[in-house]
Design a protein around this ligand. Structure first.
Ligand code: CA
Ligand code: CA
Ligand code: CA
Ligand code: CA
Length: 405
């Protein structure tokens, strides 16, 4: 349905009220918007999303599709000429989508036989881009309002503070839809994708993502799932950032609660084991992105081995722990005695939940690494997955309202 330069068509009455193919000159200049394009833009009352594609020397090998989160294909394209530029305007309603690019020869569209590229934009906002892949690559994107917020999700917590607020939040988030452990693979395959650093559709692994430069390790979603590993970079698995041994092993629903499960390098995950998160004095092990294992720094008011994530993910993990303290407030008091590490972090109460050193550290991490788009997107993805939210991502102010200054 995408047409090359000088052939464009205004199509209506198909999937949506606005569906338009428009091409741009092979120089790369997008042709001026004409009347039909403007009409299509206006006819779309939802989100106008534009796909731009520059094909490589084998355009016929390339195809793509956009699916919604029910796996229904809404738009698709194929049958391209070589080394041409195409543009397609699409009209999408608010929701979660996947853009998939495929190459029948398995060599992507860049950079062996021509320099093919693609990008997907909402106005000027880049939703996805790429060109280098093998058989296929997926990009996930969200359009529109965050579905959980703004619809009274936190209404029953209004006006409360302290542990009363915590209990109100507990009642809001306590009945989440329990998922299978295998479903967690699907969650991380869509929720833990790098749309923020390289923005290349690879797995965003908190233990190997170099937040200030290129990654030495790049995992392809699903393809590089563990599996066995012997060293960092072999495969990724599902890290319980709140160790499962702390709540007694494979116990539902904690074991599959997507808010604390992240894609992570299998080897580094094993190094982390069930050690408390903390701040390391002298590292005995360091992962490729600078995550450290070692004895706690003396400033921490804790003595023992700890695992320290990089600064960029400290707030994310702190807010996961505040979530766990709230979602499981009636159970978590009993987990203190399960392992020496859980004893080190938990204080055996349903309200404060954490030992003071850990609480102080998590509050510090929470403040120094504030909520960003990555975390908001992940909260939304987990909400879609299991139908409850992390209140501390939506309302960072709740942390100090509950646990004080
Ligand atoms: Ca990356
Ligand atoms: Ca990087
Ligand atoms: Ca962060
Ligand atoms: Ca304790």
């Amino acid at each position: 349905m995408i047409l090359p330069f000088k052939q464009y068509a205004y199509l209506s009455g198909l999937l949506t009220s606005c569906l338009l193919a428009q091409a741009n000159a092979s120089s790369g200049n997008i042709r001026p918007r004409d009347e039909a394009f403007e009409q299509a833009m206006e006819a779309c009352s939802d989100y106008n999303v534009t796909l731009s594609l520059n094909t490589d020397d084998y355009g016929a090998e390339t195809s793509w599709k956009i699916r919604n989160n029910q796996d229904k294909t809404l738009y698709t394209g194929s049958g391209y000429d070589n080394s041409q530029n195409y543009q397609k305007l699409m009209c999408l309603e608010a929701g979660q989508y996947t853009l998939e690019f495929l190459d029948s020869e398995g060599d992507g569209i860049c950079c062996q036989y021509g320099n093919g590229t693609y990008s997907l934009k909402l106005n000027e906002q880049l939703l996805a881009s790429g060109g280098r892949f093998d058989d296929s690559i997926e990009h996930h994107f969200v359009l529109g309002e965050k579905s959980g917020e703004g619809k009274g999700y936190y209404q029953s917590a209004q006006g409360k503070s302290g542990y009363e607020l915590k209990t109100a939040l507990h009642n809001i988030i306590k009945n989440h839809q329990r998922q299978s452990y295998s479903a967690v693979w699907s969650l991380v395959k869509s929720a833990d994708i790098d749309r923020y650093y390289e923005n290349d559709g690879s797995i965003l692994d908190i233990y190997s993502e170099n937040v200030s430069g290129p990654d030495s390790i790049n995992y392809v979603a699903r393809v590089d799932q563990c599996g066995n590993y012997r060293r960092e970079g072999d495969c990724y698995n599902r890290e319980h950032s709140f160790p499962k041994s702390w709540f007694g092993g494979k116990v539902a629903p904690m074991n599959t609660d997507g808010h604390h499960l992240f894609a992570s390098d299998g080897y580094v995950n094993a190094k982390r084991g069930n050690w408390p998160f903390g701040e390391v004095g002298v590292a005995t092990y360091q992962s490729s992105n600078g995550s450290k294992l070692g004895y706690a720094t003396s400033d921490l008011n804790y003595s023992g081995t700890v695992f320290e994530p990089v600064d960029q993910f400290k707030g994310d993990l702190a807010r996961v722990y505040f979530y766990m303290a709230t979602r499981y407030q009636h159970d978590i008091a009993y987990w203190e005695g399960n392992t020496s590490s859980s004893d080190a972090v938990l204080n055996g109460t349903p309200d404060q939940v954490f030992e003071s050193w850990a609480l102080e550290m998590f509050k510090r991490w929470h403040l120094s690494d504030p909520v960003d788009q990555k975390e908001r997107d992940r909260n939304e993805a987990v909400f879609q997955f299991q139908n409850n939210r992390n209140p501390f991502v939506d309302h960072p102010e709740f942390v100090l309202q509950i646990w004080g200054n």
